[in-house]
Design a protein around this ligand. Structure first.
Ligand SMILES: [Zn+2]
Ligand SMILES: [Zn+2]
Length: 170
């Protein structure tokens, strides 16, 4: 029996076995590195996962099953996207006069012609009612004639045209 084993245990087999063992060890070490790196990127407790990953192969499988679903960088991006969408939604409002949906850069309500924004006297850009200076050409805009500063922050209320105080009182 031992003779048969000796015959089978050739240097070639020995070498092949060594290669397999080395590959497995390398794979094991790489799996630990991957788990630590991935857990770190996902913003979870990577040192805890490093200990889990020390269990050969089972640790990696466990991590794959239980890891946080999103990369931290993706999560940040997603939050940014949501914030942007909300900002975009905020730009839409209603005409205070007739309730018609208007966008942030509308100067007049397309339905009832109520003035929604002021125009810069120099460059004719639409200006938010709360702005004291035109951001496009740096012309100072007087806000003294405007009374309803509280609604200005919402940006969707109809605003009187600058220099037309009679419109405001209705
Ligand atoms: Zn309107
Ligand atoms: Zn301007």
């Amino acid at each position: 029996m031992s003779e048969l084993l000796n015959q089978l245990w050739t240097p070639e087999l020995q070498a092949a076995l060594t290669v397999v063992v080395v590959l497995l060890v390398v794979l094991y070490l790489l799996s630990i590195v991957w788990v630590v790196r991935d857990a770190y990127l996902r913003g979870s407790y990577w040192y805890v996962w490093a200990i889990v990953a020390l269990v050969p192969f089972v640790g990696v499988v466990a991590y794959c099953l239980l890891r946080p679903p999103l990369l931290q960088i993706d999560r940040d991006e997603q939050e940014l996207e949501i914030a942007l969408k909300q900002r975009q939604l905020m730009q839409y409002g209603e005409c205070a006069n007739c309730g018609y949906p208007v966008e942030s850069d509308y100067v007049l309500c397309p339905s009832c012609h109520q003035r929604l924004k002021n125009l810069c006297p120099v460059c004719n850009h639409a200006l938010e009612p709360a702005w004291t200076v035109c951001p496009y050409c740096a012309t100072p805009v007087s806000v003294a004639s405007r009374g309803r500063r509280g609604t200005a922050a919402q940006g969707r209320q109809a605003r009187p045209q600058q220099g037309a105080p009679a419109q405001r009182t209705r």
